[in-house]
Design a protein around this ligand. Structure first.
Ligand code: B12
Length: 314
């Protein structure tokens, strides 16, 4: 491929991304190579004035728009559709990667870039840390599992299920003993899940539990936690119900989703079938305020029936 062809491909990609100071003279249309039936090939790329266009920037590539914006998530990439309204309706209804179109056998530039951006965001939220400053603002103190850093957290789930000796000591000293309900917050597999949802879920959750007449323990943050860590905390504090708000493993469309795992009288011999989960808590799923009400209701049932998981009749 000669240099001019490469330059024109680069320019056409930049144009599709909304760069306006790409020298027009050099932009040539990138034609898909014809292999087999041309009937299956979408039309060649044409720069359009659609989503993604942004103000001119002198520095090519600088200031490209955030690919998580709604207009990219709900982007209809199918051109010349037989029934356009069916596709645009579908695109409006979901954040799933539908109606992306294709360039020959490959994804279109815009959908490939969005895919890569979503993937980076998911990886970021797993490796990022909840900062001590943020915890201080939330009035939360922290303890740690036996994991020493993020990399070990990912390699050794078993250590994330156990409290460090120091954590046991601090919890013993600072927490109210034998409350009816103990709330614990943990980063788990998504830091954004915690930092984006906590401020909206904690106040209605704590208020809801108190208004329901339950004695509520001292909430705290568990760094590098796995779900089973709630069982050791339960044994330690002798709480009737343990509620663990923890970051979910991110997906390619959603990286800030929180779960609440709930158990009645957890001990170290608690098994998964004793546990329940309210998942998908985030603004685009079950909104945090609504989730708080669901959790309060479930807690009431656990305390009434003295059971959780499969033993609980819902
Ligand atoms: C990863 C995952 C799994 C993995 C867990 C392996 C592991 N060690 O990570 C596997 C494939 C084994 C799994 C199995 C199941 N899962 Co699952 N799982 C998930 C997923 C994608 C992420 C969970 C997560 O990030 N947890 C946080 C991290 C930090 O936890 P962890 O300590 O590393 O791992 C623990 C939890 O993941 C927990 N867990 C995982 N799934 C479930 C399901 C239930 C009901 C419970 C109580 C616990 C639980 O078990 C792990 C070991 O303790 C969620 C999707 C989501 N949006 O949350 C679904 C999800 C939680 N799972 C679900 C279901 C239904 C199941 C199964 C019942 C499927 C089945 N029919 O067998 C089983 C139950 C397993 C169990 N532990 O009881 C549903 C729960 C729906 C609900 N609200 O009740 C979810 C929300 C998916 C969905 N949208 O349908 N799961």
């Amino acid at each position: 491929m000669d240099e001019q062809t490469i330059q024109s491909i680069v320019n056409s990609v930049l144009r599709e991304l909304g760069e306006q100071n790409v020298p027009t003279g050099q932009v040539t249309r990138v034609q898909p190579q014809n292999s087999g039936s041309s009937q299956n090939n979408p039309p060649a790329y044409k720069p359009t004035e659609s989503a993604g266009r942004q103000s001119a920037s002198k520095d090519q590539g600088a200031g490209l728009e955030d690919l998580s914006l709604d207009k990219f998530v709900h982007w209809n990439g199918i051109e010349n559709a037989h029934n356009e309204s069916v596709n645009s309706e579908m695109v409006k209804q979901t954040a799933a990667r539908v109606c992306q179109g294709r360039a020959g056998p490959r994804p279109r530039t815009r959908s490939l870039l969005r895919f890569l951006a979503d993937h980076s965001r998911s990886k970021d939220t797993v490796v990022k840390e909840v900062t001590p400053e943020w915890l201080e603002k939330q009035n939360l103190w922290e303890v740690q599992t036996r994991v020493t850093d993020k990399s070990e957290y990912l390699r050794r789930p078993d250590l994330g299920r156990k409290l460090s000796d120091e954590a046991k000591k601090i919890i013993g000293e600072r927490c109210k003993k034998s409350p009816q309900v103990q709330v614990v917050i943990s980063d788990g597999l998504s830091t954004d899940a915690v930092t984006n949802n906590l401020e909206e879920i904690i106040p209605p959750l704590m208020k809801g539990l108190e208004s329901a007449g339950f004695s509520v323990g001292t909430p705290f943050f568990l760094r590098y936690g796995r779900v089973k860590a709630q069982d050791e905390i339960g044994s330690l504090l002798q709480a009737e119900a343990n509620l663990l708000l923890i970051g979910e493993r991110p997906g390619l469309g959603q990286s800030e989703s929180l779960s609440c795992y709930c158990v009645y009288k957890p001990t170290e011999s608690t098994v998964e079938s004793d546990r329940m989960v309210i998942s998908n808590i985030h603004r685009g799923g079950t909104p945090p305020i609504e989730a708080a009400a669901v959790i309060v209701d479930l807690t009431r049932k656990m305390l009434e029936q003295k059971a959780s998981g499969l033993a609980l009749k819902r």
